[in-house]
Write a protein that binds this ligand. Sequence first.
Ligand SMILES: Cc1ncc(COP(=O)(O)OP(=O)(O)O)c(N)n1
Ligand SMILES: Cc1ncsc1CCOP(=O)(O)O
Ligand SMILES: [Mg+2]
Length: 206
Amino acid sequence: MAGVIAGLYVITDSAQQAVADAIRGGAQVVQYRDKSADTVRRKEAADALARLCRGAGVCFIVNDDVALAAAVGADGVHLGQDDSSVAAARAQLGSRAIVGVSCYNSLERAADAVAAGADYAGADYVAFGSVYPSPTKPQAVRAPLSLFAEARALTDRPLVAIGGINATNAAAVRAAGADAVAVIDGVFGADNVEAAAAAIAKQFND
Ligand SMILES: Cc1ncc(COP(=O)(O)OP(=O)(O)O)c(N)n1
Ligand SMILES: Cc1ncsc1CCOP(=O)(O)O
Ligand SMILES: [Mg+2]
């Protein structure tokens, strides 16, 4: 696993071939995000993605579901406001797991997420967004790009931007201070997934 959250971070609900294409294009992190209640399908898809990512040396994160992350040996979990706490996730996944937290447009939420508790180290990365209108989640709260400079003043941990990011705007997001961009439509909505991933990933290459 690549332990670092940086560059292109793709989010998918399963498509194996497309994920392999995105990794070839330069994705460094893959998140399994599947809102389906079909637990058998979720386990099979997460298992397959975990194997793919392990083989490629790419970091694999499960969205929302700490138990599923543990069951498939994922590198970590991504938690939103409706999900488990960082402390509970760490207790289940162990101290080496990567725990990311959605902060929407809230610096206060980010400060709380990265704060260490008595027996846990806080979040490993924090995510802000939607930074642009998102085709996947149009109702998502919007976060200004100026938030990244403010967030950098409160933590050294990786800052992830999400929402409406593509090859055209990724450079502006990086320039604003994001260490990684989490992308669904801008990669998996493209005719050529590998090329779309490469066009975003290369903007983080220097
Ligand atoms: C990297 C990353 N950032 C933000 C989110 C959104 O998480 P959340 O707010 O819990 O919303 P859902 O994705 O669960 O609908 C994410 N998944 N990944
Ligand atoms: C899960 C999530 N949270 C905020 S925007 C978003 C979806 C991102 O998808 P896209 O890259 O297609 O805008
Ligand atoms: Mg969530």
